[in-house]
Structure formats: structure tokens, C-alpha cells
Design a protein around this ligand. Structure first.
Ligand SMILES: NC(=O)c1ccc[n+]([C@@H]2O[C@H](COP(=O)([O-])OP(=O)(O)OC[C@H]3O[C@@H](n4cnc5c(N)ncnc54)[C@H](OP(=O)(O)O)[C@@H]3O)[C@@H](O)[C@H]2O)c1
Length: 334
């Protein structure tokens, strides 16, 4: 038997309860992972099922038939998108091997659990969609959050310059400058300022060069800012559900700049694809491992909520909607 935190019905944090459940056995092509740490996202509650949680770091406990790349005892991280028996708010989880990769040796389990969804999303947004090149300018809205921090680091890895980011609070400003190393002049305080004013600041910061990529992580007025500021031939990359709904005139701005809009939805190949679409998840996790181990990336800021329990998982769900540069919420196992 194993302990899981189950959701009795879809509602608030009070609906999460500790339960005992039969431990899953790995089927063909699957691995049983002993969970060491799990990260908590607001969108965990989109999962259909009673045990939530997308991101996990742990140790391989059993290997299903047909899996040749892993052995018992391997330290792994996984994006629990598809091909699993339960999700990560649990002592162990079965995952299809296409979603599992070796954990970077220089990240702790807690740090590693913070990465999979954010890392895959950021990697695809920057390297597959925006395809930034050295010397190109980039803007990241919501850059102080866990996803923004991965995107900023990957932009820097591509040689983007300058990298601009928005900050809505002093805490976000500090995160961007102190933790992520952005120049203070490249941090754009956006609250209570007009879009015209913000657009002008971006133009002057890029010194007349075109903004090659704008990563839209926040929506609302900041979506407008991305569409208005994008340069000729540039790319707006949105991680939002409805990327153009809140951005009045988005298609006109894109047309006028001959720019493109990319939608990044990391779960797309799972929700709308089939197993032949899955290997990309492990491939990207493998690429991320190399970037961490070679020192090109550092772990996003983590908010460690302590040991796995009903209280710690509930606490994470209560904190989650408040964002504001807290860091990626992680719960660990002994
Ligand atoms: N499409 C995908 O596959 C995918 C995958 C992962 C994440 N996402 C989405 O990406 C977004 C960013 O993820 P994250 O984990 O970095 O988010 P987060 O920590 O919740 O928010 C990031 C930043 O957004 C800014 N923000 C502005 N208005 C906000 C509001 N009303 N509520 C919360 N934050 C607000 C805050 O910075 P300032 O105060 O400085 O503005 C905050 O630090 C989220 O919307 C998430 O759902 C999408």
C-alpha cells in the first residue's frame, strides 16, 4: 500500500485528503518511480483523476517489460503527462518511459521536481518556437515567476541581448535582478503605466533594433504589450489558453509587422496526440539535463513546503493562486 493525497471532488484545498491506495505495478513500457519530491501547479487540478500532480523527481523502483534504458536505483525526473496509473501526489507512481529522463546530477530532488513542466514549456517556447539567435532582443512578461525564470535563462543561453522583463512588484524586481541577473534598466515596471509609455520604453531599450521575441506569460494588458511591441518578422510566443482573446487588434499588430504567433501548450501531444507523439518529452528533458549539468541553467527558485502530508499539499494549493515570485512550490518525501 502507499499513501496518496486524493481530491474527493473538484473544489478548494479543503477537498484534498490523505488516503491509502494499492501501489501500482509497472506495465509494459513503464517504470515505477519512488517519489522523492513533487511540485505543485495551479493547473494540477486540470488532471482528470483523483490523484493530482504533474512533476516528479525520484528513484526507479521497478522496471516494466520492454524498458531498456533504465535500471532500479536510477535517479530520474518525469513530466507525468501521459501513460501513467496515478499522478504525483503519491509515494510512488508508474510512468511511461517516454516521459522519464535521468535527473541532472547537480540538482537535488527538490530542485529537479520544480523543473519538468516549466523546463519543457520554456525549452519548446525559446528553442522550438522563437528560435532566438545571438544578439536578438527578447521580452518576457511575468519573467519573475518559475516559468519566466526558465525562459530568461534559455534566452540568455541563445545569446539574446537585451533580455527585457516586466515586474509588477518590488519582489519581482528583486527576483529578476538579484536571482536572474537582469540589468536593472531592462526590468520594466508596468503597473499604472499606459501601453504607449511601456512600448516607448521597450523601443528605447532595444535601441531601435526590432524585438525578435515576446513571451506572453501573464495575459491581459501585457498580452497587448507583446503584440504592440513585436518587431518586423518577430515571434510572439504565448503560453495562455486563449492567446489573442484579450489582445485587442492582435492580428493587426502581427500583420503590420509580418510577425508570427506561436502557441505553446506542453500537454498538447498528450491530450490530442497518441504514443508516437510522446518521445519528444524525454528528448527535451534529456536536453535540459545537459544544460543543467554544463552550468547553462540553474534551478528555478523553489519554495520548499516540507514533508508530504495532507497539510503540506493543501498549503501549496492555498498559496498557489498568489504567484508573485514565491518560486515553484515543492513538497518532498523523506
Ligand atoms: N501552456 C503551457 O503549457 C504552460 C505550462 C506551464 C505554465 N503555463 C502558464 O504560464 C504562466 C506562468 O507560469 P508561472 O508558474 O511562472 O506563474 P506564476 O508564478 O503564477 O506567475 C508568474 C508571474 O506573473 C505575474 N502576474 C501578473 N498578474 C498575475 C496574476 N493575476 N496572478 C498571478 N501572477 C500574475 C507575476 O509577476 P509580476 O507581479 O511581476 O507581474 C508572477 O510572478 C501561468 O499562467 C501558467 O499557467 C502554461
Amino acid at each position: 500500500m502507499m499513501q496518496v493525497v486524493e481530491v474527493a471532488r473538484r473544489g478548494g484545498a479543503e477537498d484534498l485528503h490523505l488516503e491509502e491506495q494499492e501501489e501500482a505495478q509497472p506495465g509494459p513500457g513503464q517504470l515505477l518511480i519512488k517519489v522523492k519530491a513533487v511540485s505543485i501547479h495551479a493547473f494540477d487540478s486540470n488532471i482528470q483523476g483523483r490523484v493530482l500532480g504533474y512533476d516528479v523527481a525520484g528513484v526507479v523502483e521497478e522496471v516494466g517489460s520492454g524498458v531498456v534504458d533504465f535500471k532500479v536505483g536510477d535517479e530520474v525526473w518525469s513530466y507525468l503527462g501521459g501513460g501513467k496509473d496515478n499522478h504525483a501526489y503519491a509515494e510512488s507512481v508508474c510512468a511511461a518511459a517516454e516521459f522519464v529522463s535521468r535527473k541532472p546530477v547537480n540538482l537535488s530532488f527538490v530542485e529537479a521536481a520544480a523543473v519538468p513542466t516549466l523546463g519543457i514549456t520554456a525549452y519548446e517556447a525559446v528553442l522550438h518556437k522563437a528560435r532566438l539567435k545571438a544578439g536578438q532582443a527578447a521580452l518576457v512578461t511575468g519573467g519573475s515567476g518559475p516559468l519566466g525564470s526558465m525562459i530568461i535563462q534559455l534566452c540568455r543561453h541563445c545569446g539574446a541581448n537585451p533580455i527585457l522583463a516586466t515586474a509588477g512588484s518590488e519582489r519581482s524586481y528583486r527576483e529578476l535582478t538579484d536571482h536572474l541577473g537582469l540589468s536593472p534598466e531592462n526590468v520594466i515596471a508596468y503597473r499604472e503605466r499606459s501601453l504607449d509609455d511601456l512600448q516607448q520604453q521597450i523601443q528605447s531599450l532595444t535601441q531601435g533594433h526590432d524585438l525578435a521575441a515576446a513571451f506572453d506569460l501573464v495575459g491581459h494588458r501585457l498580452s497587448q504589450l507583446c503584440f504592440r511591441s513585436i518587431g518586423f518578422g518577430g515571434a510572439v510566443v504565448s503560453v495562455l489558453d486563449q492567446p489573442t482573446d484579450v489582445a485587442e487588434g492582435a492580428s493587426n499588430w502581427l500583420f503590420g509587422k509580418s510577425a508570427s504567433l506561436h502557441v505553446q501548450f506542453t500537454g498538447a501531444r498528450i491530450h490530442f496526440g497518441e504514443p508516437r507523439h510522446w518521445p519528444t518529452y524525454r528528448q527535451v528533458l534529456d536536453q535540459l539535463r545537459v544544460l543543467f549539468e554544463e552550468g547553462h541553467l540553474k534551478a528555478p527558485k523553489v519554495c520548499d513546503l516540507g514533508g508530504f502530508s495532507e497539510a503540506s499539499i493543501r498549503g501549496a494549493h492555498e498559496l498557489r493562486p498568489h504567484g508573485d515570485a514565491l518560486g515553484q512550490l515543492v513538497v518532498r518525501f523523506p
